[in-house]
Write a protein that binds this ligand. Sequence first.
Ligand code: NAD
Ligand code: TYD
Length: 339
Amino acid sequence: MKILVTGGAGFIGSNFIHYLLREHPDWHIVNLDKLTYAGNLENLSDVQDDPRYTFVHGDVADRELVNSLFEQEKFDLIAHLAAESHVDRSILDASPFIETNVKGTQVLLEAAKQYGVQKFLLVSTDEVYGSLGPDDPAFTEENPLKPNSPYSASKASADLLARAYFVTFGVPVVITRCSNNYGPYQHPEKFIPTIILNALADQPIPVYGDGLNVRDWIHVEDHCRALDLAMKKGEPGQVYNIGANNEHTNLDIVRTILKIMGKPETLITFVQDRPGHDRRYAINPAHTEAALSWQPSVDFYTGLTDLIAWYTANRAWWKRVKSGEYREYAEKWYGALTS
Ligand code: NAD
Ligand code: TYD
């Protein structure tokens, strides 16, 4: 099998490539990544010389480049993860979100339509459903899409385009909508890395608003296993919710991490809320569990404890991300980076 993974230098993408190389020794993986601030080739330094892995530096919204890749290779599968992914950045400037998340997805769908693939996996998000009230039932695949941030609106657009390419052109699209991920290689701008890294440095931990917003957390390894199953067993045209039935308020998460790390709660600092901040996400994964025979396996407390140990053991990795030195690694191998 030959698979095109987009966004493979990011958090979930790099975990997914590691997962695929481990689980499918005979697959060849091409990783197409623009290496924005969120793309870090150091995440994949251990596999860069693996003959089953090829890196291509480029933009998913670049139609010529994408078409030239499909001219050179016959891809059996596409796993499309490349995206601008941070809600706060989408509030500051939505343009790159439209370019990458909407146009980039359309360019890839068009290539899949023209050249043919066995499966096109679109990695969408639970954020397309919008926000829940405290007593609402968790999102099922039947919930309407009601995105509230420019990020989630751009992901919902991609999600709907994928559906349209299935209905109109028969592109074998499978869509997954997963809840918030945590695990190794997540960019330090996201919530759980921010808590751990600030606590390690005895710095204040910024909690938006009243800290009572609820997210449904899943370990990235459980997400990767579900993505692999969705590619193999997912039915074209179907949507699969992925989640671990693991809802917590932001304040609970900070308190749990501080307790594991033996740090004081005085580090908690309430800051101005995010505009349009979704109050609660919760995923009902029953359809995916039944259809793909999938179950999450990582216990949250154990996962967080292991992650804290990972950040402690991998200081060089996050220090290079924070200082910007990680860019030098990619520049050494692939020349000047664009953004
Ligand atoms: P990330 O920001 O860590 O990584 C994104 C990657 O995409 C980076 O390597 C970046 O360089 C690359 N990229 C950005 N624009 C590109 C472009 N135009 N062309 C090629 N590559 C480009 O994101 P992540 O957290 O790993 O998320 C991966 C996917 O999973 C996204 O589609 C996101 O919407 C989705 N998702 C994420 C979560 C989560 O909790 N992180 C949950 C559900 C779904
Ligand atoms: P984030 O990791 O940005 O994911 P998303 O907004 O896509 O769910 O944020 C998770 C939650 O944590 C969200 O409710 C916003 C909140 N948050 C903070 O309170 N402080 C922070 O510094 C960050 C980055 C997020």
